[in-house]
Design a protein around this ligand. Sequence first.
Ligand code: NAD
Length: 443
Amino acid sequence: MSNEIAATDLAQLNPPSVPGHATEAPKGNLGAIVNQHVDRACRAIHMPDEITAILAHPKNEIIVHFPVRMDDGSFRMFTGCRVQHNNILGPYKGGIRFHQDVTLDEVRGLASAMTWKSALHDIPFGGGKGGVQFDPTKHSLAEIERITRRFTHALAGSIGPEYDIPAPDVGTNAQVMNWLMDTYMNIVGALDKNAMRRVVTGKSIPCGGSLGREAATGQGVVHCLVEWARDRRFDLTGKTVAIQGFGNVGSFTAKILSKLGVSTVATGDYKGYIYNPEGLNPHKLAEHVKRTGSVVDYKHGRPITRDEFFAIECDILVPAALELEIGEKEAHAIKAKVIAEGANGPTYPEADAILNDRGITVIPDILANSGGVTVSYYEWLQNKRSERWEEEEVLGRLERAMKRTYAHVRDFAYERKLDFRTAAYAIGLERIQKAYADRGIWP
Ligand code: NAD
């Protein structure tokens, strides 16, 4: 094994900024920012101090270092982590991210956001998140498979179908989840093997995945936008959307919105941004991204800068890339009437305040992108009961769940004069607080 390739320390590493694409300033600490949202919501519902203190820290943080053989025969060390934030309402639940900029602070923030998201929807799951720090675009499929299997092996004692259930996130997909499931199933004894299928969600259909899961997060974003538009008697037909990130969440949001007559006029990813005032065809664009890995060079879009993207004339903005992309500068530039947060944690608190003052509604991440965890829960239930639900059943349940939760957040926000984000966090926090109150704090 080569000595010069040491595993990096997730806790130490700060993500480098990508000139022209990511925010120019170094990104903030997502964990600390999520805690600010929690503090505000705790004050709004007069949360007892001892519960606030418990919820400010993750229960467990597991960091693993593991060697993987590369295609050329050499070995390289990788570092991954799993943060288990809270499990008072059910098993830890949350995605696994493969990205070169993954840090422990980021994963902490994402893990705690999962706790509030599950609680907001009254899904009997807690919150967790994990990641491995590497750039999957620089590795072959065979290397990604070996990285996934070694990471799963390293984590195997800390996850489980009734304990901690991973799912896809940035840089991972159904294929990665299948490898994770297969590795885990082969580690446990033969008798329990099939009961282990639900150790992970977001699998492909032949491996026990749920119909409707792939599009679920984008579908949930669209349900929220439809409810927002209905409340404001705002006809979505003929309106425009700008979408940052054209991966799973961004591309499905664009495709589903196009069925409602909303055209995607601008989008962008880690490589650059494009614009077409006549609208970009989301199906053809998704094929282009599949072929080339990015939206840039799509012949029906004109290249624009990141600053131009955020200042574009449009009715709706959907951040669906990474966290902490909308700062004060972007908040002043945005022309949209509503922002639906497909991504987790895309908005800085300072930007929230500016958007609020400007009368721009922000449908917060834990509400807008919760279609993914909702259908993950359905997948887990189907696996547990050895059932296979029709797609219409999955989508019907998702629609009812999203509309119910949206209405709850809206009413809570209006009644208590809160913004949507604080209301969404407060609803989740109240459910968790009631569980602590009824159970007590052991011993
Ligand atoms: P993905 O990997 O499929 O897509 C991510 C997209 O963001 C890609 O288009 C990528 O090029 C782009 N991107 C990466 N770095 C960027 C940068 N610096 N600037 C601009 N664009 C950049 O991931 P995804 O599953 O679509 O997840 C996107 C976001 O949605 C993440 O915040 C994730 O946590 C959140 N989310 C995903 C799900 C899900 O079911 N996949 C559920 C809830 C929340």
